[in-house]
Design a protein around this ligand. Structure first.
Ligand SMILES: [Zn+2]
Length: 867
């Protein structure tokens, strides 16, 4: 063994061995316990970034550890390959999105392989291939048959210059990203999936997921948003006809505090009032042009305008003025809300702005109400009592809700209702690079589903979008077809599916990705659900919710048997790095990659500033932030791998922080990881150079040897707990590093001294093998093994070795030597006595005898007197 650590050679050899032996090919085996470890699949953006490296390293360490526990491990990989960036790249470079995507996949796959991940590449899939997306289409048709998929009108962002629909991320400050034109809202027919039909189960089943982070479950529960309240109406007359304005509220106990109502710009009442009111019409138009993104609603400046229309309060009979509010969304609830400024913060803000009445109707004992400023207790449900509310005065929240709901019901103006925040999932996208929706438009027959035997509807791969709408609309070969029902000339649907569809079931497809005849087959029963799912917190809501929903629909259609797809979930933290920039006068901020910047320090090594290496001139340090293109603070994994090797990258990632916390990039940290591996390599080389060690004989060890062996086994126990239970790989690595420091000082050249060192080095190799598998592969062979470390079981701590100072004591029966026991040096007499009575040989010699007395001679012997 060369004592020079050459990562390139070491890593190539290990990867060659795994390839040759098909080491990571996962085969179903009912006799073995399976372990399905999955990382969220990447978007093929071009090359891996550090976030990928961290994500997949964590997954690989978990997979390899589980393999060493004896489990049959599946770790697949694929590509979330449809989506907008490919279209943007196509426009920028004039290359079809397909070609760009497949080139990126090829490059990133090479990168993943160079990192030594134990992936079963035979199961690889890419969502942009017809072999995959045909099952999106097939399943969509099944959902259409069941009424889970349906068509209705939806609102989209419309760019009037490009005459195209924009994705939310293409709307910047209300304008189209390419044209700068003010974006309009448009109503167009789209396909929706009825996720709301599963709202109750999606919420309830969160309780079946003890292996998920609490905060993810909370985010999902909030998104589903179940609320108990009352739906009721304000009656009014319009052109002499009786009408009702319906609202929903969770605070009907405050109904006597209603001072106005607010409706969305699209509400019929707003449209009616705007007809003869140009000012209001302008405001309504302004609201309609605004964002359709719900998240924006919380932060926009609240604006409103009166309609001069009045409705009647359903209890008091008083007139209530109707306003149009930009914060009321037509798609949510009734498109109208009751406003109680005294007890709702948003209404309070609105009323103060427009000088509307604020009427207190709830009090909390000991608190004084003032309209000067909003206070938290104004919305307190738990401690409030009705006041200024007539017959409801003195009632608490529950009692008031019951009484008011009953009164509304008796007038046929309302009832208690459960409401959900969750909306149905609109999957139609007016984009090219996605899975075609399998529908054909026929003038005679309407919307006709594509028959199963005509699937897949193949997306042409040679289109180059130019930004002016979906190029499929200009692609006659795709567009023109025959109606499956009547045979007449018909037109194919050009909308494609939301890419969240692709990622909603890929984990099940990995189980049978080679099956061209079915979406999934019986192998899904063996592998699913995923035992450990790993990915970014940014997917905590939509991707995970859609996946849970899709799985439940697959279950209800008899395709799978599980309720929840992911048993355990780990959301890894972001990778951070320093940010540097210059801000020239009158120019834009220019960011510099930290690799191009040199830190300036004073005599004492204290940091005083930073300069650009290229010109020696200062740059501004903007602290630490997530690695991103816009801040130019990414580190290219490729250069790291080429410089230090994959094992150093993996070790740094796992050592720098626990997986769920953010990881701060550090050049010194990677240097340190590399130095550690070099040290480990040298240690093994120096040991094996002296020839093979004899077999370890624990009883022959001296005190120092026993002590070192104790540390070895204590390290096994700690690392097993850190990795297996706590997922704190960083502390596991720290424990191994400590052990290696001890081994470095070990200079016992005796036979048993070398045997102890051999065991220690083998242990270190096994414990580190999930994290740095290449160097472990080489070291294991160097230590004299013919089989590969990848096939070794996880080491077990020897309880005897864990006992710090054990002494051997003789066990006598009636004065005759009958056995030996090992006990802790400081064991008390009772423990020693019990151990002696347990000694099997001594037991045999007092069969049928009664123990009369046990004599303990400390540190020496135990004599059992029996007759
Ligand atoms: Zn037809």
């Amino acid at each position: 063994m060369d004592d020079f650590y050459d990562p390139a050679a070491v890593e190539a050899a290990a990867q060659h061995y795994w390839n040759e032996h098909g080491t990571f090919r996962a085969v179903e085996d009912d006799s073995r316990e399976k372990y399905y470890c999955l990382c969220m699949f990447p978007y093929p953006s071009g090359k891996l970034h550090m976030g990928h490296v961290r994500n997949y390293t964590i997954g690989d360490v978990v997979s390899r550890y589980q393999r060493m526990q004896g489990r049959n491990v599946l770790q697949p990989m694929g590509w979330d390959a449809f989506g907008l960036p490919a279209e943007n790249a196509a426009m920028a470079n004039g290359v079809p999105p397909a070609q760009w995507t497949y080139d990126n996949i090829a490059y990133m796959k090479k990168q993943l392989k160079s990192l030594g991940f134990g992936i079963d590449w035979e199961r690889e899939l890419a969502t942009c291939t017809p072999e995959y997306y045909r099952w999106n289409q097939w399943f969509f048709l099944r959902m259409l048959e069941k009424g889970i998929a349906y068509q209705k009108t939806g609102t989209v962002n419309w760019d009037p210059v490009d005459q195209t629909v924009l994705a939310n991320e293409q709307v910047i400050d209300g304008r189209g990203w390419r044209t700068g034109a003010l974006v309009e809202k448009r109503e167009i027919p789209m396909y929706y999936l009825k996720i709301t039909a599963y709202a109750e189960e999606l919420l309830a089943d969160l309780d079946k997921l003890p292996g998920w982070p609490e905060r993810v479950k909370t985010m999902q529960a909030n998104w589903i948003g179940k609320s108990h309240g009352v739906r009721f109406a304000f009656p009014y007359e319009l052109d002499g006809k009786p009408e009702e304005l319906w609202v929903f509220t969770t605070r009907v106990d405050t109904i006597m505090g209603v001072t106005f109502c607010a409706v969305a710009a699209e509400h019929p009442l707003a449209e009616y009032a705007a007809r003869n009111n140009p000012q209001l019409a302008a405001f309504v138009a302004e609201c309609k042009a605004g964002s359709v993104i719900e998240a924006d609603m919380a932060t926009i400046e609240k604006k409103g305008m009166p309609t001069d229309l009045f409705v009647t309060h359903p209890i008091s009979g008083e007139p209530v003025e109707v306003w149009v509010g930009n914060y009321v969304l037509m798609g949510y609830g009734e498109g109208a809300v009751m406003a109680v400024p005294a007890h709702d913060e948003r209404d309070f803000e609105f009323a103060k702005k427009y000088g509307l009445e604020i009427a207190q109707v709830v009090e909390v004992p000991g608190k004084e109400y003032s309209t000067d400023a909003w206070q938290e207790w104004y919305a307190d449900k738990a401690n409030g009592r009705c006041v200024n509310s007539g017959k409801y005065d003195g009632l608490d929240y529950e009692a008031a809700v019951d009484a008011i709901a009953a009164d509304l019901a008796s007038r046929n103006l309302g009832e208690k209702q459960v409401q959900w925040r969750l909306r149905d999932w609109g999957i139609s996208r007016q984009r090219y690079w996605g899975c075609p929706i399998p529908i054909i438009h026929c003038d005679r027959c309407g919307e006709v589903p594509v028959p199963d035997d005509q699937l897949p509807v193949v997306l042409p791969e040679d289109c180059v979008p130019d930004g002016s709408g979906n190029p499929l609309n200009k692609w006659p070969d795709f567009l023109n077809c025959a109606c499956p029902k009547c045979g007449a000339a018909a037109r194919r649907e050009t909308d494609t599916m939301d890419t969240f569809v692709d990622s909603s079931w890929y984990y099940s497809r990995y189980c049978s990705s080679d099956n061209g005849e079915a979406m999934v087959d019986e192998r899904v029963k063996y592998w699913m659900p995923v035992d450990q799912y790993i990915g970014g917190i940014e997917h905590a809501i939509l991707h995970l919710l859609y996946s849970r929903f899709w799985s439940k629909v697959m279950r209800d259609l008899g395709l799978v048997a599980f309720d929840e797809p992911f048993t355990k979930l780990l959301t890894q933290g972001m990778v951070l790095n320093e940010i540097f920039y210059r801000h020239p006068q009158g120019g834009r901020r220019e960011y510099f990659n930290p690799a191009a910047v040199e830190i300036v320090t004073d005599d004492k090594g204290q940091r005083t500033g930073a300069v650009l290496k290229a010109d020696g001139q200062p740059v501004v340090s903007a602290g630490i932030g997530t690695m991103s293109k816009s801040k130019n603070n990414g580190v290219d994994p490729q250069s790291l791998i080429e410089h230090y090797g994959a094992d150093t990258a993996r070790l740094f990632m796992m050592f720098a922080a626990p997986p769920e916390q953010t990881l701060e990039w550090s050049d010194a940290g990677t240097e340190g990881a590399f130095r550690f591996l070099k040290r480990l390599w040298k240690l093994v080389a120096a040991h094996v150079e002296k020839g093979s060690a004899v077999a370890l004989e624990p009883v022959r060890l001296d005190e120092a040897q026993r002590k070192l062996r104790n540390q070895v086994h204590a390290t096994i126990a700690k690392v097993s707990d850190d990795i297996g239970r706590r997922f704190t790989f960083n502390t596991a690595i720290a424990a191994v590093m400590e052990l290696i420091n001890a081994l470095y000082k070990w200079d016992d050249e005796s036979e048993q001294g070398r045997a102890v060192l051999q065991e220690a080095l083998e242990t270190v190799t096994l414990l580190l093998s999930p994290i740095v598998p290449h160097i472990a592969h080489a070291n294991w062979q160097a230590l004299g093994h013919r089989d590969a470390v990848i096939d070794q079981p996880w080491p077990q701590a020897d309880p005897a070795a864990l006992q710090v100072d054990t002494i051997e004591m003789v066990v006598q029966v009636n004065g005759k030597l009958r056995g030996k026991i090992a006990v802790a040096a400081d064991a008390d007499a009772a423990t020693v006595e019990a151990a002696a009575l347990d000694e099997p040989n001594a037991q045999r010699f007092r069969e049928n005898l009664t123990v009369r007395k046990v004599i303990v001679v400390p540190q020496k012997l135990v004599n059992i007197v029996a007759s």
